[in-house]
Design a protein around this ligand. Structure first.
Ligand code: OAD
Length: 312
């Protein structure tokens, strides 16, 4: 990175943006805090809130998004999910700034870790929601995928949404089991009705506990990211000429590792309220991200798309 050591001022950031043709924006929760959505790791963030509330019977606040915990006790996530469900939020100047890069034809991709879909609300098309979103939900067991709206009423009423497909299969099994019991009673022997994956000795509570919860398609700890992440990054790394990182602590792999996957010759601008120590971006602009991108736009003579132009 030797040849980049001389760039580190705001004016350098302005110049880099002016010259850039293929920008990757890597964004995190810090671009949505001004919309009223807490980030995760700040003192007032979601994890601190969960810790302080202490009402969820979790060893660590991060366990709220751990797939093993979810499999064992989905009710914990569903008693909480309402709090992070994206509704009625308006994109921030940062989201609009990313849109303005796209409008200027210089956004190669926005890799966002956020699940609030506010990039899409701001009209950004070239966005990859690396950690998924609430826009669809899938059954953990049969993988049936449904629109997120299907489970929205359950999230809002803090109930576990069960998968329709699995529920149907369960009802068929219960009926079949009943029939087998009756056939047995009638002395006609067992096995007339083919046994399925439950054995007849398990009681019905076991059936109702059959793991058939639908879950929003957000990536939990312990789950792999969609393969699209690797596929797009593999292509984008050869094209990118500027990396802008906004509002993330860069603590969670593999998204945080994007920095190491793109060529070292690509300059990096890091915009965040707090500095990070474990990586050394070329330019660090420390402060409120909305103010910083607004300042940069002003210096560049770029207009942000007005909030009124933002469509949901
Ligand atoms: P973090 O909460 O770890 O980091 C957000 C960063 O944004 C912090 O460093 C804040 O200082 C900064 N920040 C907050 N408000 C800001 C503002 N107004 N202007 C500029 N910066 C601001 O959130 P992420 O890095 O996005 O994953 O977290 C990554 C992943 O960890 C999340 O996607 C989530 C979480 O666990 C999963 O749940 C799988």
């Amino acid at each position: 990175r030797q040849k980049l050591l001389h760039i580190n001022t705001v004016q350098d950031a302005v110049n880099l943006l002016r010259d850039a043709k293929k920008v990757i924006v890597l964004s995190g929760a810090g671009i949505s805090t001004s919309c009223g959505i807490p980030d995760f790791r700040s003192a007032s963030g979601l994890y601190a809130q969960l810790q302080a509330e202490g009402k969820y019977d979790l060893d660590e606040p991060q366990d709220m998004f751990d797939i093993r915990v979810f499999r064992e006790r989905p009710e914990i996530f569903y008693s909480f999910a309402k709090q992070i469900y994206p509704s009625n939020f308006t994109p921030s100047p940062c989201h609009r700034w990313i849109r303005s890069l796209e409008d200027r034809g210089i956004l190669l991709r926005n890799y966002t870790q956020n699940i609030d879909t506010l990039e899409s609300s701001a009209g950004v098309k070239r966005v990859l929601q690396c950690h998924g979103s609430f826009s669809t939900a899938s059954c953990l067991r049969c993988k049936t995928r449904v629109p997120g709206k299907t489970i929205e009423p359950y999230i809002m009423s803090q109930q576990i949404p069960f998968c329709g497909t699995c529920r149907q299969a369960r009802d068929v099994e219960i009926a079949a089991r009943q029939e087998r019991k009756e056939a047995k009673k009638r002395g006609k022997g067992k096995g007339k009705v083919k046994a399925t994956e439950w054995d007849d000795d398990s009681d019905s509570s076991e059936i109702s506990e059959w793991g058939a919860e639908s879950r929003p398609d957000i990536v939990f700890f312990g789950q792999a990211l969609d393969s699209e992440f690797d596929e797009l990054l593999f292509l984008d790394r050869d094209e990118v000429d500027l990396l802008v990182i906004i509002g993330t602590s860069l603590k969670v792999a593999p998204v945080a590792e994007v920095l190491t996957h793109i060529p070292h010759s690509v300059p990096q601008i890091f915009i965040n309220l707090t500095p990070v120590n474990h990586v050394k971006p070329d330019i660090c602009l420390i402060g409120d991200a909305d103010s910083i991108v607004t300042y940069l736009s002003h210096q560049l003579g770029w207009d942000l798309p007005p909030p009124t132009a933002v469509l949901h």
